[in-house]
Design a protein around this ligand. Sequence first.
Ligand code: SF4
Ligand code: SF4
Length: 360
Amino acid sequence: MDDYRTIVSRCTDCGNCADVCSICRVVDDSVYSPRSKIELVGKLEDGLFLEEEELDSLYLCTMCGLCDDVCPEDIPLSDVIKYERGLVAVRGEEPEKTPHIIDNILEAKNPGGFDNSKRMDWVSDDLEFSDDGEIGYMAGCWISFKYPEIAQQTVKVLNKAGIKPQLIEDEKCCGLFVTDNGHTAELELYAKDYTMEIENQGIQTLVVSCPACYGQMNDMYPRLYREPEFEVKLSMEVYKDLIEEGKLELEETEGELSIKDGCPVSHLFNIPREIVDEMGYSVKELFEDETICCGAPAGVKPNYPEISEKIGKLAIDKAKETRDGMVTYCPFCQYHYEGIEESKDIQMQDLTTLLHKKLK
Ligand code: SF4
Ligand code: SF4
């Protein structure tokens, strides 16, 4: 494979990447375009220092991957940006909040630096689990610590369909933030150990609630270590199968919802729409033929909160036009939107919460 510098030189300045980038929607300056970010590779490899706005540009990226999908030259922009961030990290020039969050993940096993022994506090007596079943459940950091009710509702939905999942004995962060910031080598052993721990529990299908865990374990773990022997499925994929198999019956409702998709699972676009359709809702798309990132991941929210909030408002403003508000299925999107004042003007609910409410 060509080196990144050679790959980046294939850029024809077509502008496709800027058209889909959420940063470019709120910051009107070409230095922040995806193309400008990847063109820093030569300067970084030559050991030259970046101007302040170039450094900001590199870290004003949520790793949504939308630019990768539209580049006619097949330039893997988000991978180039991760590589560039890795070069900056070695020089100790990362934005202030980034190293602290990475340390939290590597040491405390979650980005918030919470006591990881408390991450299973959501497990309650009314939930049924198996000690050795083939299906495992990983709630993920945001749900375990911020939205424990979503983990409980997920297990209740699975229990209703006759599934008693196995919990991960030593659940921890998937490490997406670490690799998104170019600290690839630090996560190799972590990914290997975590993969083997889950395999050693005999789990064959790992149900995850968070699109970030899904993307990281399906796409990045094979690059860091190897393909896991278990399949990773997002909870909503499992719900859809269970509805089709007649194992979950839903009350019919009339209404209209918008759906905020999770960037790492854009290929699962139809699944949440089919689930809300089963409940009787029609879907009003937030942006015709377009996906938009919430504006928070990969360090944008902690390091650039004002820009992150501006991007978040784009979806909230659109959702105001939808009768019954917006459904999310990414806990980080939900957390980000809830912190924006304007979100109080819309109804916002999690897909699992809605499904659990509509179970017959
Ligand atoms: S990954 Fe997303 S946020 Fe980053 S440059 Fe590409 S489109 Fe913009
Ligand atoms: S989409 Fe690809 S070719 Fe077009 S400007 Fe962006 S990086 Fe260059």
